[in-house]
Ligand binder design. Structure first.
Ligand code: GLU
Length: 323
């Protein structure tokens, strides 16, 4: 059985959080435990914490260790210690995705029952070959647009990767709180994407959507590097009958070569013992978030710094509402 989603939805723009009555704000920071926090991930944590505090809402921490082979032992505890040292306290017990796989299976079962999933046995090399034959040039580590090779093969869903079957007409629009109107043609720009890998691991796309719903997250605040994943996630939310949260993608912190700070670009772990250095780090993060000012540059306690930063963020929210 093959079903396609409501075409109105395929054409429509989801502004996020378009609820009948506003729900209490729940935000989250969702680090992958591949190493300690660096200036880039701290900036994301700070932005999402400030947004939650300025809204008088709840802030959750979710350790995204669904991709177990990439997980670095001990990185989760280190991240939690770093957040605490910077005063970014969470409101509910942190969660670990590796302990929530039965929820992801339930979400997947729902999609299977709707006929939206199919098994795929293509390796990356095979996909590259098909794309190259079709004249597509491919750079290393590039995300490949799946050409649909296994779509009509009716392979078993047991031992294969599982992909989401997208309708041909699948333009997803949404409004980002910072970046404004966004749109992505999922069929042409992404292709049928993987929800469970051949090794049985659930992918980020499925886990994040199921978790945001299960944790009643109303506001997603995260780095702009994830912007191109949002349309896929909105599509999944619709397919699963979930609500779409509000999205705000924050500016990326880059090194002098213009690369995103990450483990791959050898970003340094943030300091967590000297108040002076921590304040300087917070000020650098505030600069990227666009809220740096002279009051924040004073020698004050971390708690006072966060209090002033929350006021600055609140001023920004007032502008957001009136624009
Ligand atoms: N785990 C992702 C990361 O560390 C963030 C996912 C999200 O915020 O949706 O990049």
């Amino acid at each position: 059985m093959t079903t396609s989603l409501n075409p109105q939805f395929n054409q429509g723009t989801r502004s996020g959080g378009s609820r009948q009555s506003p729900k209490p704000y729940r935000g989250r920071f969702a680090p992958s435990p591949t190493g300690p926090l660096h200036l880039g991930s701290l900036t994301t944590a700070l932005g999402s914490w400030l947004d939650a505090r300025a809204h008088g809402g709840m802030w959750l921490v979710r350790i995204e260790d669904v991709d177990t082979p990439r997980t670095v032992p001990g990185a989760d505890q280190l991240i939690l210690e770093q957040l605490k040292a910077y005063g970014l306290e969470w409101d509910e017990e942190p969660t670990w995705q590796s302990e929530r796989t039965s929820l992801y299976q339930k979400g997947l079962d729902q999609l299977i029952a709707k006929g939206l999933i199919y098994g795929c046995q293509c390796s990356r090399k095979q996909i590259e070959d098909v794309l190259q034959l079709a004249g597509v040039s491919i750079s290393p580590n590039q995300e490949l647009i799946y050409p649909g090779t296994c779509r009509e093969q009716h392979l078993s869903i047991e031992n294969h990767a599982l992909r989401m079957r997208l309708p041909k007409d699948c333009v997803i629009g949404f409004v980002d709180r910072g970046l404004g109107k966004q749109s992505q043609d999922l069929h042409r720009q992404v292709g049928d994407f993987v929800l469970r890998r051949a090794d049985g691991l659930f992918t980020y796309q499925l886990a994040v959507v199921v978790d945001d719903q299960a944790q009643r997250v109303t506001h997603v605040v995260r780095g702009a590097d994830l912007l191109s994943n949002t349309a896929r996630q909105i599509y999944l939310q619709c397919a699963l009958g979930y609500e779409t949260p509000h999205y705000l993608h924050l500016p990326l912190v880059t090194n002098t070569a213009g690369e995103k700070l990450s483990k791959q670009t050898q970003a340094a772990a943030i300091e967590m013992h000297s108040r002076e250095i921590m304040l300087a780090t917070l000020n650098r993060a505030a600069h990227y978030l666009g809220i740096a000012d002279t009051t924040l540059a004073q020698q004050i306690s971390i708690a006072q710094w966060l209090g002033i930063a929350t006021e600055r963020w609140n001023d920004r929210l007032v502008k957001e509402c009136s624009s």
